[in-house]
Design a protein around this ligand. Structure first.
Ligand code: ADP
Ligand code: MG
Length: 697
């Protein structure tokens, strides 16, 4: 019998969380820390020293020998540099030491992180500062301290700083609306986020044999296996033992780290799985998701598996995404996207709903850009969920409410005339848990919005920064109108009516995969940015620059730096893929196919000696001919790709276009022949595991 895991007992044991702080800090220090958190002020040095000492003591007991400032640079993953606690005390001896200064501030060598030109290489210094709202934790014998990362001149070099800024903004503007509805108790509005994570697990031994998986995270070649997803036998299917052992181990590690891992199941594609946590506040959810992805990878290695977080590891097989469930919640626990029971509560709900609809409509492109990168191009706008067009699914009930407001009829009884917001009661809107429109990029699911365009590998910070900022902007506009209204109720009625009427084009409940929707969306004037190269230039439209700077989320320099980084990142990824492709083609695929074809030709010669004319029509001859035609063609295509790679323009936007318009199609063309060769070649000659080997191990 395996040991029984006492979950409540182990939960959060590797985290220096609030209850541990309460236990281990003096009452004064604990109170001072609390005070700093609630007011956002910085910690006095003596308080920092006391916390550092307690933290170190706790970490040593957990086996830590090092500490690291853990931060989220603009690469979209996390970074860490470990320092040991040792301090020499003479006579060749050391003690374990850790000061408040070391806790609060760090100075990693930042020269190699992308900065989009924010930090000249000669001024490479970047600083990290402890985010006292996020808890330190111990992992692999190191004390991890969650930090923000910024340059010498104070520009944010990370994803966490702007996220925190956006949380402040949306809280402040939400409070203005709440006050108008008579709520004088709420002090802060929090953003709740739950990020559902999809991933693939494959055997390590197979992974090791594929250079493309090792270097790019996805297969650049691979013919379709005889069996695909047509039987739907994997989705929610029984979890095989090896995977189930991995999942148990993963859950335990995540729970120890205080991550609320809740749901696990098989996904649609073979070898594909999902993990969903219970939602928490956005900043915490962002840290937790980063940590989850890392723990998944490490844990997989322990089980001789590899966790693939790439958006599209296998062509023709469902890719992996991440669903970002997002809502606003008061510090008193009220969800602002939950329709209420009274006319007043419903009116408030409609204001938040209207702000969301208006914001998504007005900033479609900005939102699209937050999920635009090379890996996600295989999903969005390709033959996969969701489409590149942003729209909102509201469900039947809520759509009927919105329509009744637009048409000026009462929802419950169409004969009674105009529905009065704040007077009439909304019909009950069920929290729809079954009948979801899986094709919608942004879906209302009863008390939250599910943003489904995120790719599985990406940081959730960017999309949440955008959602928060957009929402803050619209709420601010609404508050300006309502605060100055002579008659609140009629101003409210008009505001909601005007907003729904003007922005109804963004609401779409139909099938997002259909061709009709592409046409319909075009008629509605919705944007359809099918690739990263097409999408990214819209990021820095004056409207977006204005939005993010006005809300102090980014300075213009910070924002433009991010644009440059995204463009460069796109180019780098395609470049690595193209080079890997050339490498595998020249050193593995072509030699294998050529060898087989020449062995076949030799066997034709031998047959001819024995069988005479009968050999003229033998299968070997035909196959060898087809292989030769294909290897010749593919060889030339590889040469062309190789040459094309030498002509990439220097300027970043032109380079991105070039990669997208020239290199990506050239790669697809090489692959076509390679996959044909795979189908024609004797398996014993083939240099790496096929899709069948990988997906049906
Ligand atoms: P499912 O999508 O699997 O049917 P749910 O809709 O209950 O399940 O939840 C999906 C994800 O949304 C979970 O991570 C859950 O914690 C999160 N979630 C639920 N309520 C909220 C909320 N109010 N705000 C943000 N996320 C939420
Ligand atoms: Mg979901």
């Amino acid at each position: 019998m395996s040991e029984i895991l006492n979950v409540p007992e182990i939960f959060g044991t590797d985290v220096f969380n609030e209850s541990t702080m309460k236990d281990r800090l003096s009452a004064e220090v604990y109170a001072a820390w609390k005070q700093c958190i609630s007011t956002g002020s910085s910690l006095p040095l003596e308080i920092a020293n006391a916390i550092a000492e307690a933290m170190k003591q706790w970490a040593l007991e957990k086996g830590a020998t090092h500490y690291t400032h853990w931060f989220q640079p603009m690469t979209g993953i996390t970074a860490e540099k470990h320092d040991s606690f040792i301090t020499p005390v003479g006579e060749g001896k050391v003690i374990m030491d850790f000061s408040g200064k070391e806790l609060v501030r760090g100075e990693p060598d930042a020269s190699s992180f992308p900065s989009g030109g924010l930090r000249a290489v000669f001024e490479a210094r970047g600083y990290t500062a402890w985010d006292p709202t996020a808890f330190a934790f111990v992992r692999d014998n190191s004390l991890y301290i969650p930090t923000c990362f910024f340059s010498y001149t104070g520009e944010a070099l990370d994803k966490k700083t702007p996220l925190m800024r956006s949380l402040e903004e949306v809280s402040r503007e939400s409070l203005r609306i709440l006050r108008l509805f008579g709520d004088n108790t709420t002090k802060r509005v929090n953003v709740s986020v739950g990020a559902e994570q999809e991933y693939f697990l494959i055997p390590r031994s197979i992974y090791n044999q594929r250079e493309d998986l090792r270097l790019t995270g996805r297969t650049l070649f691979g013919a379709q296996p005889p069996k695909g997803q047509e039987l739907d036998d994997h989705y929610f299917g029984t979890i095989r033992t090896r995977v189930s052992n991995f999942m148990k181990d993963l859950d335990e590690q995540l729970w120890r780290l205080g991550i609320l891992s809740k749901t696990k199941h098989n996904e649609g594609a073979p070898c594909q799985h999902e993990l969903a946590p219970i939602f928490t506040d956005a900043s915490n959810a962002c840290d937790a998701n980063q940590l989850t992805m890392q723990v998944m990878k490490k844990c997989a290695a322990k089980h001789n598996l590899v966790c693939l977080l790439h958006e599209k590891p296998f062509d023709g097989v469902n890719g992996s995404g991440k669903h970002n469930n997002w809502s606003l919640c008061t510090d008193t626990g009220k969800n602002l996207f939950k329709p209420g029971d009274t006319p007043r509560q419903n009116a408030q709900f409609l204001v938040f709903l209207a702000a969301f609809i208006k914001g998504i409509d007005e900033y479609q492109d900005l939102l699209r850009c937050t999920v635009a990168y090379a890996g996600n191009d295989h999903r969005l706008g390709a033959n996969e969920a969701p489409p590149a067009i942003i729209s909102i699914f509201l469900g039947d009930e809520l759509t009927a409410v919105v329509n009744s407001i637009i048409q000026g009829v009462n929802y419950t009884d169409q004969s009674q005339g105009v529905m009065k917001i704040g007077v009439d009661v909304l019909p009950p809107i069920p929290k729809d848990t079954t009948d979801r429109n899986r094709t919608s990029p942004v879906a209302f699911t009863g008390n939250k919005f599910e943003f489904r365009m995120l790719g599985s590998s990406q940081s959730i910070a960017g999309p949440n920064i955008a959602l928060n900022t957009i929402m803050a902007e619209e709420l601010a506009q609404f508050a300006d109108i309502l605060e100055n209204a002579e008659d609140f109720d009629s101003a409210l009625q008009k505001l909601v009516y005007d907003t729904f009427t003007k922005h109804q084009r963004i609401i779409f409940n139909g099938n997002g995969y259909s061709d009709q929707w592409q046409e319909e969306a075009e008629k509605r004037g919705l944007s359809n940015l099918r690739s990263t190269a097409k999408a990214l230039p819209t990021y820095i439209h004056p409207k977006n620059v204005d939005l993010v700077t006005r809300h102090n989320i980014y300075t213009e320099t910070e924002f433009r730096a991010r644009y440059e980084i995204h463009l460069e990142d796109y180019c780098k990824h395609i470049r690595i893929e193209a080079k890997t492709m050339v490498d595998m083609a020249l050193h593995q695929i072509l030699p294998a196919a050529m060898k087989y074809s020449s062995d076949l030709a030799e066997s034709v010669v031998r047959k001819k000696q024995v069988l005479g004319n009968l050999a003229d029509e033998c299968a070997e001859l035909d196959l060898s001919r087809r292989l030769t035609e294909c290897t010749n063609r593919m060889y030339r295509k590889v040469e062309d790709l190789h040459k094309a790679m030498k002509q990439v323009p220097a300027e970043s936007r032109s380079a991105a276009d070039y990669y997208s318009d020239v290199i990506v199609p050239a790669m697809a063309s090489v692959r076509k022949d390679a996959d044909l060769l795979e189908k024609l070649t004797d398996k014993s000659y083939w240099p790496y595991p096929t899709y069948s080997d990988i997906l049906y191990y």
